[in-house]
Design a protein around this ligand. Structure first.
Ligand code: O7E
Length: 211
């Protein structure tokens, strides 16, 4: 089954909770990033806790090991179940995120290549492949790979094997959900759901990938 992950990038606490409640029956996890956390604080995790869905903190953590540790400790203490980190800072820093996640019985995912057009400037030419290798050697739980470039997902799958691949970039960024759903463990969808007139109905429509 391919999971459907809601990217909850709205700026208002009540709106976030109401969209999450409407989508909850049709999704497998909720990804919360800087837009919502900067607007509401980490307490948004408690507000979403009643839905009993895994909460992924998309902070793309990218600092020295000690600062990564402090960030990840705050994330898991707030009630998140997983964290997303960058790997380009090096194996020691990425491994710190994985260690803190596992200490809290949570998960850590490493970004290997991003979905926007500019991502090719730095991630191509072997970098994404090296980041995927780093995710494997750091014992991360999975990687983030671009729904906008399915051929890159296929290439990165060769490196990470059965590790989870979660993929943003369908809908608003142009990626095709059916193509990508066959290649990954989870598809991350934001605007196509939360900007819809009826986010619950749209989540239900996307949830066909879970079958
Ligand atoms: O385009 P949308 O509205 O469907 O939202 C996509 C979400 O995925 C949004 O939060 C964005 O910040 C995030 N994202 C990408 O779009 N591309 C990437 O390469 C990586 C991410 C991301 O979430 O990284 C960690 C999972």
């Amino acid at each position: 089954m391919t999971e459907l992950i809601l990217s909850l990038d709205v700026l208002d606490r009540k709106q976030a909770v109401s969209i999450a409640e409407a989508c909850a029956p049709f999704i497998d996890a909720i990804k919360v990033g800087y837009p919502l956390v900067l607007a509401t604080g980490l307490t948004i995790a408690s507000d979403l806790a009643d839905l009993a869905l895994p909460l992924i903190a998309d902070f793309k953590v990218a600092d020295i090991p000690n600062t990564n540790r402090l960030i990840c400790e705050a994330v898991f203490s707030a009630g998140f179940d997983a964290v997303i980190a960058h790997g380009f800072v090096g194996a020691d820093a990425a491994r710190t995120c994985v260690e803190v996640a596992h200490k809290h019985s949570g998960a850590a995912y490493i970004v290997t290549e991003m979905s926007h057009p500019g991502a090719t400037e730095f991630f191509h030419g072997g970098v994404a492949e090296r980041l995927a290798e780093l995710a494997v050697s750091s014992r991360a739980d999975g990687i983030i790979a671009p729904a906008t470039r399915p051929e890159r997902i296929t290439r990165l799958r060769e490196i990470v094997g059965s590790k989870a691949i979660y993929s943003p970039g369908v809908g608003a960024q142009g990626g095709d959900i059916d193509t990508v759903a066959r290649l990954v463990d989870g598809v991350i969808v934001g605007r196509s759901i939360y900007e819809a007139e009826d986010p619950g109905a749209e989540a239900e429509r996307f949830s066909r990938i879970r079958r």
